[in-house]
Design a protein around this ligand. Structure first.
Ligand code: FAD
Length: 502
């Protein structure tokens, strides 16, 4: 069968290679994919945390779990542990967990039961309603060896080395028939109707039916099209810089965290990610509230080292997205299409969503942009929803610094979040609050943040019989959690076994 669609992807970071492999796998002989990338420009090289959807994507691409763990230096991620996002109480740092697992029992029982318990005596929300809190706290893996690829009793994602992941995806894409060209794109030639007629590059003049812009923040294609508009949410999400570095483990057998640790500071937060060979650490901050030297001092204090000895990489970003990521015969995927901030690791999950949508919305013949309006509406909605979810992490804080006070200012809340918060005073987040095809996070993700941050929902009073039943249920969850934390293997042991380095 002859190839029906020619797709040219420009950019060889995670977005470029993942989209290339995905389209080749999904569309098979119906598509000829070429990827052009410039080694001299290089990739951004950050993005070490993912979302559980990555398991389905890797499986779809035909990559097995052990190969992935080995090639990408990957470890298991069971959620995010937040520290210091509220002020300390009596000298104890505030901390809560956002696990990937849903609450133990189907809605609405357990959540309402927890809300009706006494605030003074009940366990923290994630600890009460899941067993994953105990498993992650004990630095245990989310599964037993031999449980099957990307499967297990607990929901998980991965931490990984971004550069090695892109290399693994590149190998897979080439095996699926993607043509790889090395060279820089220099120019874009537009047709009269504003679509792309051809591109000029070190590899010659290139043409395609569909051009996929995966050139990162440079947005080399979409950024040059008439009609492209960047939708900024800098008035809602204030962070716009990160300083990143790697820190070796103290000893080869140091336990590896199986959750991202997110520690708040005066003008942002720090990520701390346990990779196979080292910890990846980043200080995210808002330049309006903290300068680069101040951020370097925050990072050094966190690491317990001298700022002069650190040589962190500095990355600037602007929170927002392309209002129309698909214009005519050009679609932007990855950082060229948008980025909010590193919190909750939403970069790769947005790439997965975009690649899957392109694969299904691209018609096999005729004009390529028939699905563009739907793609743009769904992607914009997805960004809006993620922006609201990220803002939730900040706006409930009572921290006193001006970054945090301004974040709590109702004028900086996305309208949909303000409306939800009003409703969630009277009932917990429900699955009926959301349109599933444009969501990344579920209602229970919102519950973990709300109740981890101490938000009060009036769920009414429990009668004595219901309260006793709830007590028994919470005791069962606790006992399961203790058993799981005992029986599951240490996180490092499973990683080393899968990687063949044990
Ligand atoms: P890049 O990696 O920048 O790749 C761009 C590619 O385009 C490169 O190959 C480059 O050479 C090529 N290119 C550019 N211009 C040209 C040209 N003219 N000609 C030819 N080639 C060209 N995401 C997560 O999922 N989890 C996280 O924890 C996370 N943390 C992040 C932290 C920070 C500070 C930032 C900024 C981002 C983070 N992200 C995270 C997002 C994540 O890094 C990206 O979504 C992901 O790496 C994809 O990047 P990309 O492929 O779009 O761009």
């Amino acid at each position: 069968m002859s190839h029906q669609r020619h797709v040219l992807i420009v950019g060889g970071g995670t977005a470029g290679w993942l989209t290339a492999a995905y389209l080749a796998r999904a569309l098979g002989a119906g598509v000829a994919v070429t990827l052009l990338e410039s080694p001299e420009i290089g990739t951004i090289g950050v993005g070490e945390g993912t979302f559980p959807t990555i398991r389905e994507t890797l499986r779809f691409l035909g990559i097995d779990e052990a190969a992935f763990v080995r090639a990408a230096g990957a470890t298991f991620k069971q959620g995010v542990r937040f520290t210091g996002w509220q002020p300390d109480s009596d000298g104890t740092p505030h901390s809560y967990f956002h696990p990937f697992d849903a609450p133990f029992q189907p809605e609405p029982g357990l959540v309402a039961d927890w809300l009706r318990q006494s605030e003074l005596t009940r366990a923290p929300f994630a600890e009460a309603v899941t067993i994953q809190h105990q498993v992650a706290a004990a630095r245990r893996a989310p599964k037993q060896p031999g449980e099957g690829d990307f499967a297990g009793p607990l929901t998980y994602a991965f931490h990984f080395d971004a550069v090695r992941l892109a290399a693994l995806l590149a190998d897979r894409a080439r095996a699926l028939g993607v043509t790889h060209l090395s060279g820089r794109l220099h120019d874009l030639v537009l047709a009269e109707d504003g679509t792309i007629a051809r591109v000029e590059s070190d590899a010659g003049t290139l043409t395609a039916d569909l051009y996929v812009d995966c050139t990162g923040f440079r947005a080399e294609l979409i950024g040059r099209l008439p009609g492209a508009r960047f939708h900024s949410v800098a008035d809602q999400l204030f962070t716009d810089r990160a300083l990143t570095c790697k820190l070796p483990y103290a000893a080869p057998d140091t336990p590896i965290e199986s959750a991202t640790v997110a520690t708040a500071h005066a003008a942002g937060w720090l990520w701390d990610i346990g990779l196979a060979g080292a910890r990846g650490i980043g200080c995210v901050y808002a330049s309006r509230y903290l300068d680069d030297a101040g951020a370097a001092a925050v990072l050094a204090r966190y690491l317990g080292s001298d700022p002069a000895e650190l040589a962190p990489r500095r990355i600037a970003f602007a929170p927002g997205w392309q209002e129309r990521a698909w214009i005519g015969n050009c679609v932007a995927v990855g950082l060229s299409g948008g980025f909010l901030e590193p919190l909750e690791s939403t970069g790769v999950v947005l790439i997965e969503a975009a690649a899957a949508m392109i694969a299904e919305l691209l018609p096999p013949r005729g004009p390529v942009d028939r699905g563009a309006a739907r793609f743009n509406a769904l992607m914009a909605e997805r960004y809006e929803n993620i922006a609201a979810f990220l803002k939730l992490h900040y706006c409930l804080s009572r921290r006193p610094e001006s970054f945090w006070r301004d974040n709590a200012d109702p004028a900086t809340l996305p309208p949909r979040l303000a409306a939800w918060l009003e409703q969630w005073r009277h009932r917990p987040p429900s699955r009926f609050d959301f349109q599933l095809e444009s969501e990344t996070f579920a209602h229970f993700n919102y519950q973990y943040i709300l109740y981890g941050m101490g938000y009060a929902t009036d769920a009414g009073a429990a009668d004595a019989a219901a309260a006793a039943r709830a007590e028994r249920l919470f005791a069962r969850v606790r006992a399961y959690g203790e058993r799981a934390a005992r029986e599951l293997p240490p996180h490092r042991a499973l990683v080393e076994q899968l990687a063949g380095t044990a």
